[in-house]
Design a protein around this ligand. Structure first.
Ligand code: HEC
Ligand code: HEC
Ligand code: HEC
Ligand code: HEC
Ligand code: HEC
Length: 496
């Protein structure tokens, strides 16, 4: 069998070019199969090897296949013989004799071609699904995607593939994403990309097609209670509590709306922003039930209508949840969170203040940053607490490595990403782009922005998390506000 196969292969290659073709095809096929088997049993998981296996070997395989007929055509030209004559010459006379189509050679060639086509089909589907893996998107162009990959792995969507949000369903989405991918390989090779990668991502699929596969408007109801702990800059890093009851409802009844009102089935909010950056709004339109439109215009900008109307955008999840996955922290919050989890020990004097100073100092490279953080903390405590520094060495070590981890997650000098490079819109910065005094409708009314429109407030920088649920003390500095917020919370649901 093997001998027959070798004979066949020998016969196929009519000259040097043909030989190269045959060798390329067979060797790339064999290497591909071996590497693929190794990958399947988990011998390696490296995305680069996958990339090579799926791109390089199939390409060589096809190249080899193309060379073979070229070699035959060359030979035909050189010798002036017909294809049949050549076939008879190359293969044993027996093989070609019995009727051209029924001959063993033609059947073998046909069979091989079929196997080749099948092989290529399998490879290309495998390749497409491989390229859809988060692992591939996140690590194949490591230096560029590292920030996104790092933040992704620590997000609530760490197990959602990149393509679920970035590509979406349908053939057109697939094709445009692959074209875009091809451009990205070019841009990576010739360093055409911008650092940091600009947002908003204009080619992101509408959230209705992506996010709503897993979350949908009808799901939002009620409220979400959240307590934020912030530590003061004093020696004891005293904790202060803020508790909000976020009104994440889509709406209750006709008139009272909650935070997810903007994306409920029968709401449509459109807006246009300066330079389409989604930062500063020009106008906002809401479709009323009766078909009329309520339009808010930014008093501070004169709207040049037509061009900006074209850039109008229908509001969706990403207008608020722009950092659903690539979540960069604010430095104070990053330290607070680790202190709350006990990763940075609050018994170290002034640790909030010094930790924050260490991570926000200016460093040029990542190595410099990591080293700088260690030097800052160790230096400070040796200078100011020489006696205690020895005793709390363990705690300081842990604090240093935690601070370094904060730095590694959020700062990426290679891509010029530093504190605040990517704003997060799930907070006042995001909401107040529209909910502010400058956006007025035809009647001169503004978009609501009282403090309790979006959340009840149960404590605001207080010494306990549910302060306003307790009776207000007369001599308390903010007794009136305390009472007001308490009533608002207790009565929030009584109206309907
Ligand atoms: C849950 C949805 C989701 C997943 C999963 C996701 N992304 Fe994103 N990605 C987003 C959103 C939303 C934005 C910001 C869009 C905007 O502001 O216009 C974004 C932005 C980006 C950007 C632009 C830079 C930035 O940080 O804003 C890159 C690059 C990117 N994503 C790559 C990836 C890669 C690589 C993966 C997988 C490892 C991934 N994304 C997984 C939703 C997602
Ligand atoms: C493939 C499914 C899937 C897709 C697609 C998806 N998510 Fe999620 N999302 C999840 C899961 C799972 C969680 C985690 C739920 C949990 O931890 O309780 C989550 C959590 C969240 C949370 C809550 C985070 C928190 O603070 O607890 C938000 C906000 C969110 N997703 C927004 C989005 C947005 C915006 C998109 C589109 C850009 C999106 N998701 C796309 C599955 C998905
Ligand atoms: C107007 C801004 C805005 C829009 C638009 C928006 N959200 Fe939210 N969403 C919020 C806010 C604010 C919260 C509360 C954040 C928190 O808990 O810290 C929230 C909370 C959530 C949560 C967690 C809710 C819970 O009860 O645990 C999920 C999941 C979520 N949003 C998904 C989505 C999806 C999917 C869309 C699009 C269909 C969307 N959001 C559109 C502002 C928005
Ligand atoms: C693109 C503009 C835009 C952004 C961004 C935006 N909103 Fe709105 N929001 C509106 C408009 C317009 C209305 C309807 C105003 C009205 O009826 O007075 C509205 C209404 C609301 C309502 C219902 C208010 C009521 O009185 O019934 C809530 C709650 C709300 N938004 C919360 C938020 C939160 C929280 C954020 C930020 C996470 C946010 N919005 C971001 C445009 C926006
Ligand atoms: C348009 C909606 C909206 C309005 C109006 C609004 N907030 Fe907020 N507020 C939010 C959202 C969204 C967050 C972020 C919640 C989160 O981080 O999950 C927030 C967060 C906060 C926080 C917590 C900050 C932190 O991270 O510790 C405080 C305190 C607060 N708001 C107070 C107020 C006060 C006081 C007012 C009135 C001046 C007000 N808010 C008006 C939507 C609103």
């Amino acid at each position: 069998m093997l001998e027959k196969y070798l004979n066949f292969i020998k016969s196929v290659s009519v000259n040097h070019l043909g030989k190269i073709g045959v060798i390329l095809t067979t060797s790339s096929f064999v290497t591909f199969v071996i590497l693929e088997l190794a990958r399947m049993i988990g011998l390696f998981t490296n995305a680069y090897i996958g990339l090579i296996n799926y791109l390089v070997f199939p390409t060589l395989f096809i190249l080899g296949l193309i060379l073979i007929p070229i070699a035959w055509a060359q030979r035909k030209r050189e010798t002036g013989k017909s294809a049949k004559q050549l076939l008879e010459e190359q293969f044993t006379y027996q093989g070609v004799k019995e009727g051209f189509w029924g001959s063993r050679v033609v059947i073998t060639i046909g069979l091989f071609s079929l196997i080749n086509i099948l092989f290529l089909l399998i490879v290309s589907t495998q390749m497409l699904s491989f390229m859809d893996e988060a692992e591939f998107c996140g690590t194949a162009c490591h230096s560029v995607m590292n920030p996104e990959w790092t933040t992704y792995q620590q997000s609530p969507h760490a197990h959602v593939r990149c393509v679920e949000c970035h590509v979406g369903e349908g053939v057109d989405a697939l094709i445009s994403s692959k074209l875009n991918g091809a451009y990205q390989i070019l841009s990576l090779t010739f360093h055409l990309y911008k650092s940091p990668i600009p947002t908003p991502v204009h080619q992101l699929r509408p959230a209705r097609e992506t996010c709503e596969k897993c979350h949908w408007p009808e799901k939002f109801y009620g409220t979400r209670l959240r307590t934020f702990v912030h530590y003061a800059m004093d020696e004891a890093s005293t904790p202060q509590y803020t508790t909000l009851n976020l009104k994440v409802d889509i709406g209750r009844g006709q008139e009272k709306a909650g935070i997810h009102w903007h994306i409920s089935r029968d709401t449509k909010v459109r807006y246009a922003s300066v330079d389409d950056q989604r930062k500063e709004m020009l106008w906002i339109e809401v479709d009323n039930k009766d078909g009329s439109i309520r339009r808010f215009v930014n008093k501070k900008h004169t709207v040049k209508d037509s061009a900006e109307a074209e850039a109008a955008r229908v509001m969706d999840c990403v207008d608020c949840h722009n950092r659903a996955t690539h979540i960069y922290e604010k430095p104070e919050y990053a330290v607070d969170r680790r202190m709350h989890r006990g990763l940075i020990d609050r018994s170290i004097p002034y640790i909030k203040r010094e930790g924050l100073a260490a991570i926000t100092a200016n460093y040029n490279t990542k190595e410099e940053g990591l080293e700088g953080i260690r030097k800052h903390i160790e230096g400070y405590y040796q200078r100011h607490y020489p006696r205690r520094a020895g005793q709390i060495l363990d705690k300081l070590d842990r604090a240093v490595s935690t601070l370094q981890a904060i730095y590694t997650r959020n700062i990426h000098p290679g891509m010029k990403i530093t504190w605040g490079s990517y704003p997060n819109y799930i907070n006042h910065d995001g909401c107040f782009r529209c909910h502010n005094e400058n956006m007025v409708d035809q009647q001169g009314k503004v978009i609501s922005h009282e403090c309790t429109t979006c959340h009840s407030i149960l404590a605001m920088d207080e010494n306990e998390p549910f302060k306003y649920l307790k009776p207000a003390q007369k001599k308390e500095r903010n007794a009136a506000m305390h009472k007001y917020l308490q009533d608002e919370f207790l009565n929030a649901y009584l109206r309907d």
